[in-house]
Design a protein around this ligand. Structure first.
Ligand SMILES: CC(C)(COP(=O)(O)OP(=O)(O)OC[C@H]1O[C@@H](n2cnc3c(N)ncnc32)[C@H](O)[C@@H]1OP(=O)(O)O)[C@@H](O)C(=O)NCCC(=O)NCCSC(=O)CCC(=O)c1ccccc1C(=O)O
Length: 260
């Protein structure tokens, strides 16, 4: 597969997958997700690779979730909502190698979900984390909610989703959303150190550990599948569309008329 939206490189047993849409704050469209799935499969089953790094091009963003400009109701690709999110989340969990999210700038919406699912998140001081779904007419009714609660606790996860605040790298560290925070110019070296440490360990022991950690939340895959169907129906409503339109028009959404 020729990649248009991502970059793929290998060095010292580490595969680095970079979302390369900096002009869109590394937001993903259908094509981006397909390429990410392909790259994770490639790295995941390549025996010369011991660890996978997922990152975003440029300084502004790791990833800001679904591309709002490729979105009016459903997205532009494959799957229940026009983005193969279930497949992308699944492959990150299923590859038998640790996946490190290397985060500079914004990790927002589906970008924050990707970080949450990765085995580790290593953040630069510039990193900012948050969910925006209830502001823009979306939600991740699977790993992005249920698994987030496992990572940061129920109260904090609900705060993140219901209030849609942004959190600094230090705040994310305090709530257990990231593993470490370093100055921006030291992030690459920090990630290399973590990769080298992983590469010195038994790959089979790590693969078994990863599978065992995942086992406890595997039912959330089923919840995600069901939830995605609900999300698809929600995307066709005026309420959801109000969120996307307001974002594009750079105004506050008016959701009150849809009160339940
Ligand atoms: C990222 C922001 C917080 C940055 O804010 P700010 O610094 O004030 O700058 P802005 O002026 O807002 O933005 C600058 C510039 O970037 C463009 N942009 C930013 N994000 C996107 C995006 N996602 N898509 C397209 N374009 C984007 C923005 O339009 C500006 O461009 P200009 O040309 O200068 O106008 C802030 O921008 C922000 O909050 N962005 C919103 C991000 C967003 O709405 N993301 C989608 C969230 S919903 C989502 O991800 C659901 C889809 C999905 O992934 C999913 C679905 C189902 C199950 C699971 C998932 C899952 O989450 O994984």
């Amino acid at each position: 597969m020729d990649y248009q939206d991502i970059l793929y490189s290998v060095k010292d047993g580490t595969a680095t997958i970079t979302i390369n849409r900096p002009d869109k704050y590394n937001a993903f469209r259908g094509q981006t997700c397909e390429e990410l799935i392909h790259a994770f499969n490639k790295a995941g089953w390549d025996k010369s690779i011991g660890v996978i790094v997922l990152t975003g091009a440029g300084e502004k963003a790791f990833c800001t979730g679904g591309d709002q400009s490729a979105h009016e109701g459903q997205y532009d690709g494959r799957g229940t909502i026009g983005l193969p999110m279930e497949d992308l989340h699944t492959i990150i969990r299923d590859v038998p190698k640790p996946v490190i999210a290397k985060v500079r700038g914004f990790a927002i919406g589906g970008g924050n979900v990707l970080c949450t699912i990765c085995d580790f998140t290593l953040a630069a001081e510039s990193a900012q984390f948050g969910q925006v779904g209830p502001k823009v007419g979306s939600v991740d009714p699977g790993y992005g909610t249920a698994f987030l609660a496992r990572v940061v606790g129920e109260k904090k996860a609900r705060e993140i989703w219901y209030l849609c605040r942004r959190y600094t790298a230090q705040e994310a560290l305090a709530m257990g959303l990231v593993n470490t925070v370093v100055p921006d110019d030291q992030l690459d070296a920090e990630v290399e150190t973590w990769c080298a440490e992983i590469m010195a360990k038994s790959p089979t022991a790590i693969a078994l550990a990863k599978r065992s950690f995942n086992m406890d939340t595997e039912h959330q895959r089923g919840i995600a599948g069901l939830g995605m169907l609900g999300l698809s129906l929600y995307y066709d409503t005026d309420e959801s569309k109000e969120g996307g339109i307001a974002f594009k028009e750079k105004r506050k959404p008016d959701f009150r008329k849809f009160n339940r």
